[in-house]
Write a new protein. Structure first.
Length: 237
């Protein structure tokens, strides 16, 4: 059941950040032939609580059916539409090193509504080489490329020192959505959506939790020994 789109509330950033996870979970359910899913099951698979799922989906105007849950295919369509995945978004990758090559060769973009239309690099020795189905073009030609191919999203896959210049060039070329893979913070003017993916930070967060898991048995033994010694001391009193 969906509400009138005109009555939908503004969607909070935290909800937007969870929608791709719901989308991925629902896609797996659809592939398995599941027709409907409860908020509890969707929450379990997506790693959140059921109340949060219901709240998030209410922003889309989707409330499910009591005793049945959510129609998987319908909810997939609703979330895809809200995320803009029913559009065709031309993407330009700037920086064709190892990461840029991997991104340009990734076949999953097209299935999700993202069409990589350009691979751009500042190194003249790379210009003219092939990567995936593309020919690497010069960074100096970025304004012409963006204009001619309607580039909507720019991906920065350069070393850190070049990232800000590339961001500036993308903005000057009229690109208003930027995904930054470079290991540094870049800035963009108001009106430009900028997202950062820092693999080093994600690895550091994982190492934090891994260390806590590895230390847990040691802390448990230390706590047990401390309790035993305290018990022996109390018994001698």
């Amino acid at each position: 059941m969906s509400a009138d789109p005109a009555l939908r509330r503004e969607i909070p950033d935290a909800t937007v950040a969870r929608l791709p996870e719901y989308l991925r979970t629902l896609s797996r359910l659809a592939e398995d032939g599941v027709a409907s899913v409860s908020s509890e099951r969707l929450a379990e698979l997506a790693g959140v609580n059921a109340a949060k799922v219901r709240k998030d989906l209410s922003y889309l105007g989707s409330y499910g059916t009591r005793g049945v849950g959510y129609d998987v295919e319908h909810l997939l369509h609703e979330i895809s539409r809200e995320l803009g995945l029913t559009h065709d978004w031309p993407v330009a990758i700037v920086g064709v090193g190892n990461l840029g090559h991997a991104l340009a060769n990734y076949r999953g973009f097209g299935a999700r509504g993202y069409r990589v239309v350009a691979a751009v690099d500042a190194d003249p020795e790379k210009v003219g080489q092939s990567v995936g189905d593309l020919t690497i073009e010069s960074l100096d030609d970025l304004p012409k490329i963006a204009r001619a191919r309607g580039v909507a999203i720019g991906i920065i896959a350069t070393p850190a020192h070049a990232a800000q210049e590339v961001a500036d060039r993308l903005v000057d070329a009229g690109v208003t959505s930027i995904l930054n893979f470079a290991p540094t913070v870049v800035s963009a003017p108001a009106g430009v959506s900028l997202r950062k993916v820092d693999l080093a930070i994600e690895l550091q967060i994982l190492s934090f939790y891994q260390q806590r898991r590895d230390d847990a048995p040691v802390r448990a033994v230390e706590n047990h020994d401390g309790e035993r010694r305290n018990g022996e001391t109390a018994a001698r009193r």
